[in-house]
Design a protein around this ligand. Sequence first.
Ligand SMILES: [Zn+2]
Ligand SMILES: [Zn+2]
Length: 145
Amino acid sequence: MENFWRKCGSCKKEIGFNVVYQACSVSSCSKFAYCSVDCWDQHNPIMNHKSAWAEERRSPRQQDIVHATPDAPRRIIVNQTSASANEQEVLIVASKLKQYIKDKYDMNTSASVMDILSHHVRRLTDQAVSKAQTDGRKTLMDRDF
Ligand SMILES: [Zn+2]
Ligand SMILES: [Zn+2]
């Protein structure tokens, strides 16, 4: 992330957060920020303003920008993340499965095995649930598998 707010419209010097800057009173120029009245004055003849003045303003605080800008979209992203996190959650007790494989076959188990087994468990569960739903039940039972 940038650690300044904007660059001066004339000299390109960085204007930090929560500092005084000069803005042009003409609304089409208000998106520009100038570090000083002199810098504001430089754009005045270029833009050919008939009557314009520099307005002293304060740039926003950095934390305000961080919190204010992508608020609504960020909430959507959080929802998506929690939904897909749910879909990727490990459902297997890794330590017990590793112990079982170790004891029975004297083999190690890679961590990604938990992911793929969780995937299979989820799919089997999905199928079983739809069977239970077809029967009009609210309880998932062993015979659904
Ligand atoms: Zn400047
Ligand atoms: Zn202007």
